[in-house]
Design a protein around this ligand. Structure first.
Ligand code: ADP
Ligand code: MG
Length: 393
């Protein structure tokens, strides 16, 4: 079981000391968190609703200005240092960890933020490539620290948009805005309901007696990227079909469950019907879950998580046998309100809403049972909702 602890083996004083040893000055330190999505999966690119929370795993950046126009990036995780000229930054990624940083520096510069040369020491403890968005944590932590260094106040929504743009255009990953948005706007002990079209959001208090427990199946199937694009195309096809009857719709977000039942023709593809039904019912579930949370009704919230998982498994078909085992076994353990896969699917993690008093037993039990069935040793992360990006030193 892993708790929210040291960052990449570096406590704050150690990070500052390492920076001193490498760059011979005292740094400022900023951090940005990873995230978990509580409900609202595959809705972001349909202009819909999501409900993530930032988690207490962070990427930290120790930073100090330089007298020249160089950006010097030193990664603790990769034990590697690279240098760039701010006035001649590359325009495309090269499949290297520094892409996320340079992409973000590029979009900040294009947005008119007058960046200065700087030394950056980067260390993170968000598990990499596990669906907890270490990529957004890296973009937001470096974007925040570079922007903050200019002396201007950081506009968090703008920063989220610029980081998403960096990941879309420079890194080349077609991600929605959820990850960067929650890494910028997260708040301790709160989930955040986001309208991915208008970017309106509301922070929803999470009761103190529950923990967010993330179970990593340790499996990521290689079909994930191709299937993601396939699902996006299937949703677009659904919009095209439905717009024959509902000409005003732009995205599945604009279609209610009643309209869908009324207009989706039995003669159209069963596959497209199921994909659309997931997105439309999932959007409704996010709004219901948000109302349940406001009433402190965790039983209903948990039930909606379970329905979300079933819909992702049966209609959207993005689960995996490992994720299904992790969810099924979790629901048998005492103190679990709800469990579901989280993130794009085909492996990765589940999110579990667990009573605080049962967390320790839950973590041990689920690890044992998952390993017994799959022969894979999982990782279990016990979290509470955390604050978004900030300067901490
Ligand atoms: P996820 O966002 O689910 O963790 P991604 O594939 O989107 O997975 O992003 C992971 C990549 O982001 C890593 O392979 C690495 O290139 C980069 N990255 C994330 N965190 C760090 C870090 N602390 N230091 C350097 N690179 C990092
Ligand atoms: Mg990512």
């Amino acid at each position: 079981m892993q708790n929210q602890a040291q960052i990449g083996g570096n406590t704050l004083p150690e990070l500052a000391q390492t920076f001193q040893q490498i760059f011979h000055t005292n740094p400022r330190i900023c951090q940005a968190p990873g995230r978990v999505n509580l409900i609202g999966e595959h809705t972001d690119y349909n202009d819909g609703f999501v409900m993530p929370a930032a988690i207490g795993f962070y990427t930290r950046v120790a930073i100090a200005p330089r007298n020249d126009r160089k950006l010097v990036l030193h990664s603790v995780n990769f034990a590697e240092q690279v240098e760039f000229d701010l006035d001649a930054l590359p325009t495309h990624g090269r499949q290297h960890w520094s892409d996320y940083v340079i992409g973000t520096a590029n979009t900040l510069l294009q947005a008119g933020i007058a960046l200065t040369g700087a030394n950056l020491l980067i260390a993170g403890n968000v598990p990499l490539n596990s669906g907890l968005s270490s990529s957004a944590a890296l973009e937001v932590a470096t974007g925040f620290s570079l922007w903050e260094l200019t002396g201007q106040e950081v506009d968090r929504t703008k920063l989220a948009q610029l980081c998403q743009q960096a990941e879309n255009e420079f890194v080349g990953a077609r991600v929605g805005i959820m990850d960067q948005f929650i890494s910028c706007h997260g708040q301790e002990n709160h989930a955040l309901r986001l309208d991915c079209r208008s970017l309106e959001f509301e922070l929803l208090p999470l009761p103190p007696n529950v923990h967010l427990v993330i179970c990593n199946t340790m499996v990521k199937h290689s079909i994930a990227d191709g299937k993601y694009n396939e699902r996006r195309a299937e949703c677009e096809e659904g919009v095209r079909l439905l717009s024959q009857y509902l000409p005003e719709i732009q995205a599945l977000r604009d279609v209610s469950e009643a309209q869908f039942e009324q207009h989706f023709s039995k003669d159209w593809s069963e596959r497209i019907r199921r994909r659309c039904r997931h997105v439309i019912t999932e959007n409704a579930r996010v709004l219901q879950a948000s109302a349940a949370l406001e009433q402190g009704n965790l039983a209903t919230f948990g039930q909606l998580m379970i329905e979300s998982h079933r819909s992702l498994m049966k209609d959207y078909k993005v689960s995996s046998s490992e994720l299904d085992v992790m969810v099924d076994e979790a629901l048998k353990v005492e103190g679990v309100y709800g469990a579901r896969m989280t993130g794009g699917g085909f492996g990765g993690c589940t999110i579990n809403l667990v009573k605080a008093e049962n967390v320790e037993n839950f973590a041990q039990t689920i690890a044992t049972r998952y390993e017994r069935v799959t022969k894979i040793q999982p990782e279990i992360y016990v979290c509470t909702a955390a604050d978004g990006a900030s300067r901490i030193v």
